[in-house]
Write a protein that binds this ligand. Structure first.
Ligand SMILES: [Ca+2]
Length: 91
């Protein structure tokens, strides 16, 4: 196993652990140790990779609708990465 694949395995493990934790209470607050970890999860949730999370993408990951409303600070019906990370580290 080279360094790259080792890193990918580690990254995947962190992501799976994060997803499992998120599924437990539908919340993204206080779930990530670093902003990079939150950014990696954002990419996972952004299924069509347009840089925005819709309520449909959000709920597919088992996240709560109330959380989506809090994260969508611009109230445009979509959560961008900045809003997502702000919500993840908000409280
Ligand atoms: Ca999207």
């Amino acid at each position: 196993m080279n360094m790259f694949s080792h890193g990918c395995v580690l990254f995947t493990g962190v992501l799976i652990a994060s997803c499992a934790a998120l599924a437990a209470d539908e919340s993204i607050e206080k779930k990530f140790k670093t902003r990079d970890e939150a950014a990696a999860y954002f990419i996972l949730v952004d299924e069509n990779k347009d840089g925005l999370i819709t309520i449909e993408e959000w709920r597919k990951q088992g996240l709560g609708a109330e959380q989506f409303g809090k994260a969508d600070t611009t109230k445009d019906g979509k959560v961008d990465q900045k809003e997502f990370i702000a919500q993840a580290f908000c409280c």
